[in-house]
Ligand binder design. Structure first.
Ligand code: HEC
Ligand code: HEC
Ligand code: HEC
Ligand code: HEC
Ligand code: HEC
Length: 199
């Protein structure tokens, strides 16, 4: 009986760690402004890089400054109460404090630029951003999840024209996968070495 209980508790711990609750998929933290990617990225078709301007060139994607918002909102929708924190941020010269949606532990190395330049689209790692009224975590971002792709990236690669799509494009036929691996010059056998992600 006690063995059963111990195994049962072990299973519950395992299930808890592997559940979406633990990985916080779908969790949207509170934000200073109710900013909608569905509105801005999908409906208004503003390019990701307009606000996340270092995503192609550095490890960090970059976050928009208050001035980036005001490039439109000094003229559009200025009177809505929803935008008051943006106007105040500018008036007081205090940046908006966005809550993090994704966050890796410090012992993991991650770089946006290499992924974006080697055919991995934003929504592959962040989920359907273009459907989010509030930004939520879209994928688990666990080690196992990273490794699933690093073992065999081909099926998840996209041509350069589809990297910044706010909604995931349809899956590619198998023939194209090899062509994309060759196009991006990817050698999957190195990508599971511990030292790639843990320096
Ligand atoms: C008009 C500016 C703007 C555009 C365009 C935009 N974003 Fe954002 N993005 C933001 C702001 C502001 C936040 C912080 C608030 C939030 O999380 O919703 C954010 C947060 C995020 C986050 C969460 C970051 C984190 O971990 O805390 C992701 C992921 C993201 N954006 C992806 C995208 C993608 C992909 C696109 C293009 C399809 C895009 N964004 C287009 C302004 C923008
Ligand atoms: C390229 C222009 C542009 C930029 C840049 C922009 N917005 Fe907007 N935003 C709009 C437009 C247009 C609307 C009104 C959309 C509508 O209702 O048709 C809007 C609406 C809004 C609203 C009202 C609620 C909603 O989603 O309709 C909020 C809040 C908002 N924006 C916040 C922001 C923040 C915060 C930033 C900076 C991170 C930002 N916007 C950057 C064009 C922009
Ligand atoms: C291979 C997976 C992957 C791809 C592709 C990817 N991201 Fe991320 N993104 C992450 C991870 C992981 C984090 C958390 C990084 C951390 O905590 O250090 C993150 C964090 C972010 C953040 C918060 C700021 C930062 O850099 O920590 C933004 C904004 C963001 N991503 C936007 C984008 C956009 C826009 C694209 C497409 C151009 C994109 N991401 C493509 C995995 C990815
Ligand atoms: C959908 C596929 C995919 C996912 C998911 C993914 N990666 Fe990658 N990753 C790649 C590809 C493709 C490359 C480039 C391989 C090459 O250059 O040959 C790469 C390269 C890297 C590199 C090497 C960077 C360098 O400078 O050489 C690191 C580090 C890395 N990824 C970390 C991560 C981490 C951490 C995660 C999970 C949070 C992750 N990746 C998720 C596909 C992916
Ligand atoms: C593609 C990137 C990647 C590779 C390769 C990788 N890891 Fe990780 N590792 C991660 C990420 C991401 C996390 C953080 C997971 C989380 O926070 O849920 C992590 C976490 C860990 C942890 C902390 C324990 C934990 O569960 O958080 C250890 C220990 C670890 N990795 C060891 C290894 C070893 C040993 C290897 C080689 C066999 C390896 N990793 C290869 C991405 C990677």
């Amino acid at each position: 009986m006690s063995v059963l209980l111990v195994t049962g508790a072990g299973f519950i711990t395992w299930a808890y760690h592997h559940s979406n609750y633990w990985n916080q998929i779908g969790f949207a933290p509170a934000q200073p402004v109710l900013f909608s990617h569905r509105h801005h990225a999908k409906e208004l078709r503003i390019d990701c890089r307009f606000c996340h301007s270092t995503v192609e060139t550095s490890a960090f994607a970059g976050m928009p400054s208050t001035q980036t918002c005001l490039s439109c909102h000094s003229q559009i929708f200025t009177n809505t109460p929803m935008l008051r924190p943006v106007i105040q941020s500018a008036a007081r010269n205090v940046p908006l404090q966005w809550s993090r949606v994704t966050h890796l532990p410090d012992h993991v190395f991650f770089d946006h630029s290499i992924h974006v330049n080697k055919g991995v689209g934003c929504t592959t790692c962040h989920g359907e951003i273009g459907q989010m009224a509030l930004t939520a975590k879209g994928e688990p971002l666990t080690m196992r999840w990273c490794l699933d792709c690093h073992r065999d990236p081909g099926p998840r690669l996209r041509p350069a024209s589809e990297i910044f799509a706010a909604i995931s494009p349809a899956a590619r036929p198998p023939g194209r996968q090899l062509a994309l691996m060759r196009h991006y010059d990817i050698h999957a056998h190195n990508l599971t070495n511990c030292s790639i992600c843990h320096h």
